[in-house]
Design a protein around this ligand. Sequence first.
Ligand SMILES: [Zn+2]
Length: 85
Amino acid sequence: MEHKISMQVDPLGRVHIPDNIMQLLGWNPGDKLGLQRDNNTIVITLNEKHSGPECAICKKLERKIRLNGLDFCESCVETIKAVAL
Ligand SMILES: [Zn+2]
């Protein structure tokens, strides 16, 4: 294994996959993952890429504004406003 990191399971049984690992693997919020158990080890794999609305610029799933058929998150809209002024 190339990377070994420590993650804490929250009260609902969830773990946070660090952003750098998500980027490294090309995973995004909304993607569907699979768990494969092998004794006391689990392997997490990408089962399906999310195909829902995402920001046309940064690809986050924080859709706020739709313009000409594209969705933009609030952060990118604010960046565009700042650049346009
Ligand atoms: Zn965005």
